[in-house]
Design a protein around this ligand. Structure first.
Ligand SMILES: *[C@@H]1O[C@H](CO)[C@@H](O)[C@H](O)[C@H]1NC(C)=O
Ligand SMILES: *[C@@H]1O[C@H](CO)[C@@H](O)[C@H](O)[C@H]1NC(C)=O
Ligand SMILES: *[C@@H]1O[C@H](CO)[C@@H](O)[C@H](O)[C@H]1NC(C)=O
Length: 189
């Protein structure tokens, strides 16, 4: 009994001393994660998806070669690049707090428009200046209150996971301009 315990200790020590990255390998050995207390943070902001005017922040960068003119704009396969403003309020003059940068693609073959978003929401003021959250999610825009998945984050939001409840407050069907409210719930370190 005593013998086997000291043998276990011996192997535990070997394991412990070999966990730092070994030169000549591309990985370290795997060890149990040290549990850190998670924090919860909620964010509230408005996302300005602006396609029209002199300074559009959302642009079509690719679309399928479909000659059917009866199909509406934003049809399947259309890819948009964005650098959309994030503001504290619904008014276009309210304080700018960050930007949403990335891509979204119109991805449903049925008539319920769905965008899949690949977007980094970066903050440029306050406590979270320099930090961002990453959304990679389908956005069923036809639903009244879509839920998006937050899959990660940077800076103070490192290792974030969570979700965003969103609601459209304004849409210009002709130009595609929209203002969307975000309530984000995050768990992070
Ligand atoms: C787009 O589709 C039309 C009709 O099918 C075809 O004539 C044309 O060559 C296509 N253009 C490209 C760039 O593939
Ligand atoms: C945000 O961080 C950047 C880079 O560190 C800095 O230049 C800028 O002044 C900061 N902005 C505010 C409002 O704190
Ligand atoms: C966000 O939360 C506020 C406060 O609870 C609520 O009034 C608002 O309707 C919510 N909006 C969304 C899009 O969930």
């Amino acid at each position: 009994m005593k013998m086997s315990m000291s043998v276990n200790l011996f192997f535990a020590l070997i394991l412990y001393t070999t966990t730092t990255a070994v030169y000549g390998e591309y990985y370290s050995s795997s060890v149990p994660k040290v549990e850190k207390k998670e924090k919860m943070t909620k964010l509230h902001f408005y996302y300005f998806d602006t396609h029209s005017g002199k300074n559009p922040t959302a642009m079509v960068v690719a679309h399928p070669n479909i000659t059917d003119k009866t199909k509406p704009a934003g049809q399947f396969g259309t890819v948009y690049a964005i650098d959309n403003a994030l503001r504290v309020g619904l008014e276009p003059t309210s304080e700018l707090i960050g930007n949403a940068r990335g891509l979204y693609v119109s991805s449903s073959l049925d008539d319920k428009v769905t965008l899949v978003m690949y977007v980094d929401y970066g903050f440029t003021t306050g406590k979270f200046n320099g930090s961002s959250i990453i959304i990679f999610s389908r956005n069923p825009v036809a639903e009244p209150t879509p839920e998006l998945a937050v899959v990660g984050g940077r800076g103070r939001f490192r290792m974030a996971r969570g979700f965003a409840n969103i609601k459209r407050h304004f849409l210009d069907a002709k130009t595609g301009d929209g203002i969307i409210e975000y309530n984000v719930t995050l768990f992070h370190h």
